[in-house]
Design a protein around this ligand. Sequence first.
Ligand code: ADP
Length: 263
Amino acid sequence: MTIKDEKIESKQIIVSDGCCVQYGNSLALDDVTFSITEGKKIAVVGPNGGGKSTLFNAITGLIPLSNGSLKINGVNPSMTKGMISYIPQKDSLNWSFQLSVKQVVDMGITSQKTLIGFSNKKNINKIKEALEKVGLADKSEDNINSLSGGQKQRVLLARAIAQDSKILLLDEAFSAVDVGAQEDIMKIINGGDLKDKTILIATHDVNNIEEKFDEVLCLNRHCCAFGDPIEVLTEDVIEEMYGSHKDAFLNHRPGDHGNTNDI
Ligand code: ADP
């Protein structure tokens, strides 16, 4: 039995009902409706500008809805303190600080405290465990800037794990890291240590999504599809998301990968 099968399906932890987000006169999210069960691993896919980051910002309460409702574990996004860890796009972070790996992880736990030194033994253990879970225990004392792009992503994942939040949001976790690093991240995501966490990963890559994720949310301002990737990631949905660029994604077909000849 796989980890996926063992999951006890229970409560709906993220419920978006007709969610709209507006910037000026333009709708970045338009009437987006979906419902995510606790513990599921979700790929959020769509073109650049499709609203993936906007959705994550709405879930974390960083931007308000202009219409509809969004409930996280039954409450409004503004009331989710400690419930969500957000791993932003790698390139949006300033890596120029001279911090060790363990200090970066510690920032997730002691964000209100000084970065110099660690607050208590409990936190030290949390940091150690989190770094072990992402396979970077031996890098704990290293300078964050000495790590590769993929390793930095894993440090951010460790920081999110140390926070011990119910929901992890990873924005473009796979951009600018190589295939090996992507696989490392997916192994951690689908490994037993994170089986109870609800994890949403924004990605452009729709290939083999059904092997990595329980469900896919297809966004192009509106929700083009949501559900089991095998069922919902059809050619029509890919067309709706990527339009004239859909050829770039056509090596995906449910149950048939890599054969683009007759599409
Ligand atoms: P994605 O993450 O899928 O690339 P975004 O959520 O970043 O998409 O962007 C969705 C749309 O909202 C885009 O048209 C983008 O230009 C616009 N947008 C995003 N953030 C802002 C902002 N702070 N102000 C104005 N427009 C924004």
